[in-house]
Design a binder for this molecule. Sequence first.
Ligand code: DAT
Ligand code: MG
Length: 152
Amino acid sequence: TASERSFVMIKPDGVSRQLVGKIISRFEERGYKLVAVKSLTPSEALAKEHYSDLSARPFYPGLVKYITSGTPVVAMVWEGKDVIKQGRRIVGATNPQDADPGSVRGQYAVSVGRNLIHASDAFDSATKEIGLWFAPEELSDYEPIAWPWVMA
Ligand code: DAT
Ligand code: MG
């Protein structure tokens, strides 16, 4: 696909472990455009809605507790060519034990319950998640100076 947007979130462990800059750099240096970014401690309602597809899974309560621990998350929207699929590759497999060592999870995480980062897995979930975490006016429309070179 052409230019699209993905919702990416550094989870509380990533913030607490001070990996925010390193993680952001991977998306930025690849050439993706930062459309929105904010730090917040999600409410339980927001965390539950974000992970609503997983509500029947045994790990769901623990997942919601982890995301709402009180340590903030960094919520972002990144834009660019195939950013949804490529963002998933940057992030790595859900279980860090299966993640490519070059991915964020493969480099920095060992446990599925503390896997540092979220990235949307499809166009529909990206649309849902961006709308859930950001108001339309929080999304910036601008052209990075290198954009024509990156996106050609
Ligand atoms: P992803 O985050 O790679 O999109 P997912 O959507 O299947 O993975 O699950 C969301 C999160 O839930 C995942 O990042 C970590 C947690 N999770 C998934 N499977 C789990 C499991 N078997 N045990 C504990 N936590 C799990
Ligand atoms: Mg997912």
